[in-house]
Design a protein around this ligand. Structure first.
Ligand code: ATP
Ligand code: MG
Length: 138
């Protein structure tokens, strides 16, 4: 069964949307394999988003990810990576399709409520970045 990594970002946690987003995830048939609510340090956020370190939005993005608690989640489902990206919707909520989480909840391009891994290699990196092996139950 494929695993992917998800984050409920600070804008959504702050607006008490954690339960609503988890409800969407579970009703789409994902299994929550591991989950924790944490406040990231700037170093955590910079390491996590290192692929974007040369991008103009890197500084704002990493600062934003530390503005409040986030929920880190490992999801499992057949084709989980693609299925979770589809449920999230486009990065910019203005382009997100009806019925997606970003369409329903995101504030703007930066405060877009959720994160999802975009490939098997990034899912493996992101899971191991935040979770130890003993935290990942199967
Ligand atoms: P994520 O990686 O968070 O799941 P994504 O894969 O849809 O989102 P990326 O291109 O990886 O999008 O960008 C990572 C995050 O950086 C976006 O989710 C968004 O919060 C922020 N971001 C992306 N592009 C911009 C931009 N042009 N201006 C501001 N923030 C941006
Ligand atoms: Mg991405």
């Amino acid at each position: 069964m494929e695993k992917t990594f998800a984050i409920i970002k600070p804008d959504a946690v702050e607006r008490n949307l954690t339960g609503k987003i988890l409800e969407r995830i579970e009703s789409e048939g994902f299994r929550i394999v591991a989950m924790k609510r944490v406040l990231l340090t700037l170093a955590d956020a910079q390491g996590f988003y290192y692929v974007h370190k040369e991008r103009p939005f890197f500084k704002d993005l990493t600062a934003y990810m530390c503005t409040g608690p986030v929920v880190l989640i490992i999801l499992e489902k057949e084709g989980a990576i693609k299925a979770w990206r589809e449920l999230m919707g486009a990065t910019n909520p203005a382009d997100a399709e009806e019925g997606t989480i970003r369409k329903e909840f995101a504030v703007n391009l930066e405060k877009n409520s959720v994160h999802g891994s975009d490939a098997p290699e990034t899912a493996a990196f992101e899971i191991s970045y935040f979770f130890s092996q003993t935290e990942v139950l199967s």
